[in-house]
Every structure is written in structure tokens, then in C-alpha cells.
Design a protein around this ligand. Sequence first.
Ligand code: ADP
Ligand code: MG
Length: 762
Amino acid sequence: MNRDTSLGGGEPLKKILGRVAGKLDSKFGLKTTIDLLYFFPRRYHQLGELTPFAQLTIGEEQSVIAQIVDSSRRRTHGGKWMLSLKLSDGNNRMDAVFWAKNQYLINWMSAQMQVGQTKLFSGRPSLYRGRLQLSHPSYQEVDDENLDVGNNQQVQAQAMRPEPIYPAKVGLPTWTTQKAIAVLLDELKTIPLPDPLPEDIREERGLLEINEAFEKIHRPQSRKDFAQAQARFRYEEAFILQVALAQRRAELSEDAPCLKKIPGGFSDRVASSLPFTLTAFQSEVLDDISQRLSSPRPMNLLLQGDVGSGKTVVSLLAMLRALDCGRQAIFMAPTEVLVHQHFSTLCALLGELAQPGGFNLRGGEGVPIYRLSSSLPSGEKQRTLAALNQGQAGIFVGTHSLLSNQVAPSCPGIVVIDEQHKFGVKQRDRLRQNETGTAHLLVMTATPIPRSVAMTSFGDLDLLTLKGLPPGRAKVESYRVNSANQSWTQRTWQRAKEEIMAGHRVFVVCPAINPGTEETENGSDNEDERGNVTCLKGARTAGSGQNWGESRVQNENRKIANVSETAAQLKNLPALAGVRIGVLHGQMSAEEKDRAMADFISGTTPLLVATTVIEVGVDVPEATMMVILDADRFGIAQLHQLRGRIGRGKHGGVCLVWSGVEAQSPAGRRLEAFVNTTDGFELAAIDLRLRESGNILGQNQSGRSSSLKILDLLADEKVISQAQKDAKSLIAGDSQLRKHPYLQAAISRRISEEEQEYLERG
Ligand code: ADP
Ligand code: MG
């Protein structure tokens, strides 16, 4: 490793490590020395510690430190030999089994793994006849095992040394990774890496120098070592992000259209003709937005407000300010269902002024409003595109289609992005920027975002909160239903019938579309152009990232509730006789989806069996009941979004969450928390507490897919704000980072990684 290659991202591992380099690449995407040095231990094992089995995930390669408490050998029916060990973590048991044709091999293994010993096993836990099992794990001595502790100082020191445990994959146990890293650490001793953190900042914050930090995070002699090293890398991670964001801010030019308030303009007229009075909170937020819009500094605003808090009308009044100044307003929604819904909601709010499709049927002044989504008839699409690209002042509501190459708004005044927190900044900019300047940006979300998260993931956005809910909302009651309890499940469908008889609508939500497939709306791209939404809805993945002991165990015997079978079953249910049932999911065409929604709204099919396509934004005031099947498959944020679909009118509602999980399991506690409050902010806090923070960005922690490597958004808020402060003052003096080439290199590396991930997602 030399200085120049470290600027570029380090040397290829292939050149240094030989065969294992290929594995590190294929299993974890680690290509360079820098990649590997930043591949930190997942945890540290201390002498005498065992891995709690309850933390293991079924089917995923993991390292386990366990004690052997029983061992037996026997011949199988097939004539092979089998060694069967019972492992203990102090509380629970797990089997480890090995087979061989050769009896001697089994005898040899048995001698290697004797009762009473503690070993490090690496394997993929499975459930066999309801018991946790490792089949043919690889195994290793725990370093400290055969030490005669107390004999001399050196041995004692060794025994106290924390053992780093790296994420493992088949064929790549933690100790292999550890050895590979040791090679690099030895090299650092002669050819140290330059530090991306400026020395003065390091000193002021009391942080380790980079080479020492690598040594201490990978080869700690004590807990203090790795704790110090982690502190340094946490800060580094926060700092690099904050410098990048500060740079971005510094680059922003003041070239936004000043959307001055025009008295008697559309914005004023619509505001005064709304079917309701704006709440004080809505007015407050609008005043704030209004000021930002009149400035040449482009607005970069993230508006958070709980489900149903009334963000749409706020965005409409903001958009009309653009029209009042002869500019375009672009409104992007996450799904086709929502584009169509928003289009009609906006038309309704505009009332007389609405000119859908640009047609002016009433004559006189009006607000042209267009839609764009991939499945619309090509005539309508062409009309929308022409209006957009030719500079027609109007409102343009669309899906990701708005980001296609064909779209080049000629005079954008404001871009509104609904319910999608994370867009590629570049894509956003393409829509916002042209020779006429930079349009204002309003991002809206119902997912409450903690300050620390806002400072990192959305650091280029200012945060504004729309509090409260419009008046007159009746309550939504929530209950957990044990899906094994027949009287409850029967009562559910009677209640559904009663609601329908009273003229209301009922949603039944399933995690999957079809039987047998784990394929859900969550995993696949099938829902419209929704592919590249990473959101705070880490819930999307959190829902299925369960530990053994909960629903995965059941799922071995039982299918996940799915739309097609559920709809068929409900149709045959005597309790629902005479009720027409509709279905809605992401594999339907846009037309089918539209029809399904329309039939539900009109009451033709008052019961709708759907997937999470209805999760965001769907607004049907008559919907009063929701039954969420296998609710443990969903995360809190997602459940909250789903529940937000009911009780939107004056009738209130009831939300029943069906699940078979244990109350004490993590999923059980999630559901318990969920039924106990409807406050989105409270739920978000609980969610963060219950969830591993690495999941906040919707990515799991295994391997490198998590964009935050070591920073903990909950715990590290202070580090993040320190880093933000340091970054701002650094950039104020040297926005190009001319004096800090290694920092600039670290940023470029980091950004290009993120872009890479982004591309892979899209
Ligand atoms: P969200 O913030 O979740 O997007 P919406 O904008 O869809 O919420 O608003 C939810 C419902 O509340 C809509 O039916 C909307 O018409 C209604 N609403 C919005 N503001 C008010 C208000 N000030 N008074 C009464 N109802 C309102
Ligand atoms: Mg909304």
C-alpha cells in the first residue's frame, strides 16, 4: 500500500492475498485493501462468553461460540457415520451434526471436539424437527481455550484479549477474514496510510490516528482498544458524510425563482374556497414555506407530518404559488394508485378551477393539471410531456416516469415529492434544474424522522414538522388477534360484515400475493416504478428479518397469508355471504388497479384484499376497518402507514392485527407497541429502540450493503452534530478541500460507493 493507491481506494486484494481475495470479493464485495480494512468485526468475544442462540437467524451463516455438553457417534441407516454434539449457550441447546463415510474421520472429529470444551463454530443454523441445528459447521479453537490461565502474565494478557468476530459466509468463516486482515495490518506497520481526518480535529476530539485505529479495531488487546477505535471510525463516518453535505450546500447557487405571493392569485383563491378551514398547524407550516418560496435560495424542505395530518392541501397551496408566477409544479408520488388518487384529490380541491388534462371546458382562467405514469394511454402521456417540455404552467402529477429522459420541464417552479424520502439527489436535480434556475423542493413524509437521521441521510434538507391532525377525526382502535383463536377470528369477519352493512369499507392486508411465494410487494420491483425507494421504512426489511423462535418457525409448516388464497377463502365464508370482494396488488396492470380502487371506493366491492400497495396515502374516508394478516411480517412504520388508511372520515375505525407469534418475541413486542398507540412519533421512537439501528436505512447489517458501517443513528446523535459543526467550519475555509486531499479522496470513495449501491438498487 502506498500513498497514491490509498487515494484511489487501495490496492486490489488479489495482488496481496491470493485465493482468499476472490472469496472476500464474491461473498462481501470487498475488492481493495481499503475495503477490507474498513470491514469491521461485527462484535467481540471475550473469554468465557457464549453466543446466545436466541440471537441467531435461521438460514444465515453465522459464528457461534458454544460449549459442547454432549457427544455421541452412531452409524446411520445409509451406512454413514455420524457425530452428533449437543451445544449449549448456557441457556439453550443446539445440535451440531457431522457425517462421514469413514469411521476414522468421525472418531478424529470427536476427539477434536470433546465434551466440556468451548469452540467457535461457523455454520448456518436450521430447524430440524423443531430443534435448532448446525449441520457440518466448520469449527476452531477459541484462542483462549487451552491456556493455563494464571501461569504467566503474557498468557493472562492473551486470555483477556477480545476476539473479533466478523460477519461470516459459507466458506468464509470469521477466522479466515481475520487472518487476511492481519496481513494488511502488518503492512501498515511499514507503510502507514494517510489519515483523512485533519490532525487538529483529531486532537480536539481526542480521536485515534487511522493506522492505530485499524490495529485496535481488528487486533484489540483490550476492550478499551476497540472502543477507542470504534469512536474514531464513528466520528470519521459522520464527518465524511457531513463534509460532503456541507460541500453540497456551499455549491448551491441562489438561482431559484422567487415565487412571490400574488394577492388574488390561484393560491389565495383556492385557500379561501377549501371545503374546510386549515388548522393552525397547517397555516403555520404554510407561512414558513411561503417565506422560503419567495427567496432566490432554493427551498430544500422535508415536511414531516403524521399519517392523515393534511400535507396534500399544504403542497397544493405551495404549488399554486408557482403557477401564480407562471411556473410549473411537479408532484411525484410513489405508486400509480397514488398518482391517480392525488390527481383526483387535487382536482377536487381545485374545484371550478381544475382543468384536467389541460382542457379548459368552462372557459376563463384555470389550473391545468396533468398526469404521467407508464401505463396511461399514450395520447395522455404525450399531452402531458408536451405541456411539461413546452413550458405550460400547470400541475404535473406523476410516478417515477417523471424522471425519464423524455421529461425536461422547461420552467419548473416547485417539485413536490410525496412519501419518498430518498431519491438520488442527481435525479431530483435533473427535474429541478435547467437554464431558468433551480426549482424549490418539498419532500413530504409521514414517517417521523429522528434528528440524527435527518442530519445524515437527509442532511441537505431542512426539516419542518406539521403537527396535529385535522379536527373531527374519530378514533381508530387497534387489537391483536391470535390467529389460532377461533372465536376471535370468527368475530373478525362478523364485524367486517357489520361494517359493510353500515355502508363502510374493509381492507384485508396480506404480506404476499400468491401462495408459495415469499414474493411480496416488499421485495420486488413490481409495484410501479417503486424500485429504488429506500426509506426509513426499514420496516420493509425489518418485518422479515426475524429471529428464530418466531414466525419463521411457523412458516416451515404454514404459508404466509396471501391475496389470492385469502380472497378465495373469504368468498366462501358464510359470515361474509353476499359481500363482494375485490383484490389489489402490485402484479396487476395499472388499469386493473384503477378499477379495483374505483370499485372499492364506490362500494361495488366493499371488501378489498390487498398487499401493501395500499400502504401509503390511499384516502378512502368510508374505510373503517382493517384486518392485517400475519402482521408480524411487517415493521412498525409499515403497520402505521397501513392503519393510516382507515378512520379517515368521521366514523373512526378498528384495526385488527392477526398474528401467531409469541407475545414476548421481538415481533410480538412490536405488535403490542403498535396496538397501544396511534401516535406516529411515539411509534417511530419505539421502532428505533426495538430495531437494530443499522436497519434504519432499510438495509440489513449483514455484509456491506448497509450504507452506514459503524455509526449508530440513535446512540450517536452527539457525534453526528459534532461532526456537522466541524464539517461546516472546515468547508467555510476550504470548500474545495485543497488542503485536505485525503479527506476529499475518502469522500469521493464514499460517494461513488453510494452511487454504486444506488445503481444496483435501481
Ligand atoms: P397526509 O398528510 O397523510 O397526506 P392528507 O393530505 O391525505 O393526509 O389528508 C387527510 C385527510 O384530511 C384528507 O381527506 C383531507 O382532505 C383532510 N384534511 C386536510 N386538512 C384538513 C383540515 N384542515 N380540516 C379537515 N380536513 C382536512
Ligand atoms: Mg399523503
